[in-house]
Write a protein that binds this ligand. Structure first.
Ligand code: AGP
Length: 609
């Protein structure tokens, strides 16, 4: 999705803005632009396509000045063209702004502004804001914004430059992320923390409808009612290196290699030795016992982590669990009340559908919780204090890997916690599971050494037109994630199927040479899945099986190729099996020459509906 950066200080703004934008490239975009105050004149440049196109323009005619804003646009209203790229200005060019989100009443506002003589130069919803600010201009951008914002419907993160007040950047947000980076000599803003890490780790979070005025040596924040409020900066412990490739060819590969560390950090934040830390999972024994159900809502990969959670929680804690995709949940008039627990899962904490689902669940009176990777994100703030954090560090690749694996880890911890609090398992049983879980990071580290054989396999099979993933129980949930991972970065058509369901229709698609990847990590289901492997083999499929070591021998008798993961408690096995399937997707995509970190049409954080 779109990215925003802003800088005001004593340094030339252009390189700082371009560096910030380059750190937001991973979010997905199709044009970019910057606007910089040159004395009391705003100058801007924008270009369709990659940031390097804008870089080339700026090389020919650099923009001087120490205060500026920049944007990467992911087209929603209007094609990705130079004219539709941000920043947008009023007709005189005295106001320039960048915007993330969608102004839902833009058509009505545009009509009103055109009647008053405004000529538009783009098809975007954003441009109405620039003309509206000009129409309402009263000599102060702060009060003009305060009068304009109530007229905007929809979502926005906005950063505004104004020729009458050079040196200042005005910014505000509603349902779209925007963070401020504070330092003594300069101030920054961005739609995402990684864009700020090279300059500061003191982050000020803005609430919906707050307005911040950034000057080189000061930041002033006004609440939604116009009153000035104190700053309450948060220190983030992410480092710059974690947002850089560190010698790896792609962020995705680096992030897969960071999984053992991410698993270790997430576990130690929630468990002490073989005991869950008290109060980390915000639900009391009494509450756990009186619950009638858990509803998990998320999108994409986070939804798949929720699916694994369902199997683990129903099996261990004997609590009914429903898992839904957020875009469906929010419109299906869900049935929830105070005896239901609701969990929103979101790596970014900014996914619009998940945020809306969380609000709907709270409105219905359910007890709400969130699981996210980003401190201070909208979803974390909305669910506070009931927030479970993954400690995966910044995830830059569009394809989620280390965030997914740590989400699954938290789901398993939640299962153990609920099971214990509901009296289904004893303290000893819980501590045995946690002891097995403590082994996972090291086992995951060992598994990474399978990468060479995965790469060899990918080099033989990358030209497949379609791939099926099959599994039962938790393996089916993992198959869904494996399939999404392959699709999103390699563009190979892929489907995940409950292995027992294949014969009810989909098996018709199996023909000579079809690649089927079968997951077998659940001993009680292995024989059933082996039968399903034989069914597809006898119809010509080529089968790659990923199984636990103890199932290796009998799996090898049925499949064409077998990759083994270390034995562990079956509930924990998806944490290990996720690694080869992520590596497989990665190497298939690399072999096909795909842009792994920035797959076409995708954005890292989907902040629009
Ligand atoms: C992950 O590989 C995907 N690109 C995508 O499905 C993602 O998981 C989904 O958009 C949800 O994002 P979130 O976790 O930030 O809410």
């Amino acid at each position: 999705m779109c990215g925003i950066v802003g800088y005001t200080g004593a340094q030339p703004a252009q390189p700082i803005l371009m560096e910030g934008l380059s750190r937001l490239e991973y979010r997905g975009y199709d044009s970019a632009g910057v606007a910089i105050m040159d004395g009391d004149r705003i100058r801007l440049l924008k270009a369709k396509g990659r940031l390097s196109n804008l870089g080339a323009l700026l090389k020919g005619s650099p923009l001087s000045g120490q205060t500026g804003i920049g944007h990467t646009r992911w087209a929603t209203h209007g094609e990705p063209t130079d004219l539709n790229a941000h920043p947008h200005t009023d007709m005189k060019g005295d106001i320039a702004l960048v915007h993330n989100g969608i102004i839902e009443n833009h058509a009505r506002l545009r009509g009103m502004l055109e009647e008053r003589g405004c000529a538009f130069s783009s098809e975007t919803d954003t441009e109405v804001i620039a003309h509206l600010l000009n129409l309402l201009w009263d000599g102060s951008m702060l009060s003009t914004l305060q009068r304009a914002l109530p007229m905007l419907e929809g979502s926005y993160a906005l950063a505004v430059l104004c020729a009458a007040e050079p040196g200042a950047i005005f910014c505000t947000r509603k349902d779209s992320p925007l963070v401020l980076g504070l330092s003594s000599q300069a101030q920054y803003l961005a739609s995402d923390i990684p864009a700020l890490l090279a300059h500061t780790r003191e982050i000020e979070l803005l609430e919906d409808r707050e307005i911040a005025v950034l000057c080189p040596e000061s930041v002033t924040v006004y609440d939604a009612y116009g009153a000035q409020r104190d700053l309450r900066p948060t220190h983030v412990d992410w480092d710059v290196e974690s947002a850089e490739k560190g010698g790896y060819p792609h962020f995705m590969l680096k992030e897969i290699h960071e999984e053992p560390t991410a698993l270790r950090k997430t576990l130690s934040a929630h468990a002490d030795g073989h005991m869950l830390r008290r109060g980390v999972i915000p639900i009391t024994r009494e509450e756990a016992q009186s619950l009638s159900s858990l509803t998990i809502v998320a999108c994409g990969t986070a939804y798949h982590a929720g699916m694994i959670g369902r199997y683990a929680i129903e099996r261990l804690a004997r609590l009914p669990v429903a898992v839904d995709v957020a875009s469906e949940f929010r419109y299906r008039q869900p049935l929830l009340d105070k005896d239901d627990l609701f969990l929103a899962i979101s790596q970014s904490g900014e996914t619009a559908d998940t945020l809306a689902a969380l609000r709907e669940a709270a409105r219905l009176g359910a007890r709400t919780m969130a699981l996210t990777n980003v401190v201070g994100s909208s979803i974390a703030r909305e669910a506070a204090p009931n927030v479970l954090y993954t400690h995966a560090g910044p995830e830059i690749a569009v394809a989620s890997t280390k965030a997914y694996i740590t989400q699954v880890e938290i789901m398993l911890l939640l299962a153990v916690d609920l099971a214990q609090k509901r009296g289904v398992i004893s303290e000893e049983e819980a501590s045995e599971l946690l002891a097995d879980m403590a082994e996972i990071p090291a086992q995951a580290g060992t598994l990474l050494s399978c990468e060479e054989s995965v790469a060899r396999f990918a080099s033989r099979h990358y030209d497949r037109r379609h791939v099926f993933y099959i599994g039962r129980g938790m393996d089916h949930a993992l198959a869904m994630e494996a399939s999404l991972k392959l699709k999103e970065i390699s563009y190979i058509m892929s489907e995940a199927y409950a292995a027992g369901e294949l014969k009810h229709g989909t098996i018709a698609l199996i023909e000579e040479g079809t690649l089927v990847c079968a997951l077998l990590t659940q001993p009680h289901l292995a024989d059933k899945t082996l039968s399903n492997i034989r069914e597809v083999k006898s119809r010509g499929a080529r089968v790659l099986a990923i199984c636990t070591e103890s199932l290796q021998e009998k799996t090898a008798a049925a499949a064409d190729e077998v990759w083994a993961i270390p034995d562990t408690h079956p509930i924990l096995a998806p944490l290990l099996a996720a690694i080869p399937v992520q590596l497989l997707a990665y190497h298939m995509a690399v072999s096909r020459g795909c842009d792994v970190d920035k797959p076409r049409n995708l954005a890292k954080s989907v902040t629009v509906e």
